[in-house]
Write a protein that binds this ligand. Sequence first.
Ligand code: HEC
Ligand code: HEC
Ligand code: HEC
Ligand code: HEC
Length: 136
Amino acid sequence: MKSSKLFVVLLGFALLVVMCGPAFTAEKTAKDTIILKGNPMGGVKFMHTAHAKDRKIKCETCHHASKPEKPATAKEQACSECHTKVAVAPMKTTYKLAFHDAMAKKGTCIDCHTAENAKGKKAPTKCTECHQKANV
Ligand code: HEC
Ligand code: HEC
Ligand code: HEC
Ligand code: HEC
C-alpha cells in the first residue's frame, strides 16, 4: 500500500512538472513587421506575421537549425546575432549572404520569391522592391 501511494504522489508531481515546464521559459515573439537594416540603398520592410502565419511558411525555412561553428543560444534567434556585416571567423556568411547571394539571384529570401512568381505571385526580387530609403 505504502509504495503505491508514493507512486501516485510521484506521478502527480511528474505530471505537474511536465505541465508547467514550458511556462518556465519565456519565449521571445517576433514583431509583425521587422525593418532589416544595413544596406545604404535602404532598409527592408519584412512582414514577419504575413510570412510566418498568413502564408504559413515554416519557421525553419528561414530560421535554420543550430550549427557547430556558432551554436544557437535561443530558439529562432535573430540572424543579426550571428551574421554580421563583416563575417568573423569561423563564420563565413555575412548578414547580406544570410538573405541573398552577391547578386541577389539566390538565397533565403530570393529562392522562394522566384518560385512564387513563377506561379503568378508578385513577390519582390528587384533590389529597389526590397531596399527602400523610406524603410527606417
Ligand atoms: C520568411 C522567413 C521567416 C519565417 C518563415 C519565420 N521567420 Fe522569424 N524572423 C525572420 C527574420 C528575417 C527575423 C529578423 C532577424 C534579425 O533581426 O536579424 C526574424 C525574427 C524572429 C524573432 C525575433 C528574434 C529576436 O531575437 O529578435 C522570433 C522570435 C521569430 N522570428 C520567430 C519565428 C517563428 C516562431 C516562426 C514560425 C512560426 C518564424 N519566426 C518564421 C524570418 C522568418
Ligand atoms: C546562433 C547563430 C546563428 C543564427 C541566429 C543564424 N545563423 Fe545562419 N548560420 C550560422 C552558422 C554557424 C552558419 C554556418 C557557418 C557560415 O556559413 O558562416 C550559418 C549559415 C547560414 C547560411 C549559409 C548556408 C548554410 O546553410 O550553411 C545562411 C543562408 C544562413 N545561415 C541564414 C540565416 C538566417 C536567414 C538567419 C535568421 C533567420 C540565421 N541564419 C540565423 C549561425 C547562425
Ligand atoms: C517560402 C516563401 C518565402 C520566403 C522564404 C520569403 N518570402 Fe517574402 N514573400 C513570399 C510571398 C508568397 C509573398 C507575397 C507575394 C504576393 O502577394 O503576390 C512575399 C512578399 C514579400 C514582400 C512584399 C510585402 C509583403 O509581405 O507582402 C517582401 C518585402 C518580402 N516578401 C520580403 C522577404 C524577405 C526579406 C525574406 C527573407 C527574410 C522573404 N521575404 C522570404 C514568400 C516568401
Ligand atoms: C527579397 C528582398 C531583397 C531583394 C530583392 C534584394 N535584397 Fe539586398 N538585402 C535584403 C535583406 C533582408 C538584407 C539584410 C539587411 C540589410 O543589410 O539591408 C540585404 C542586404 C543587402 C546588402 C548588404 C548591406 C550591408 O550592410 O552589407 C547589399 C549590398 C544588398 N542587399 C544589395 C542588394 C542588391 C544590389 C539587390 C538587387 C540586385 C538586392 N540587394 C535585392 C533583401 C533583399
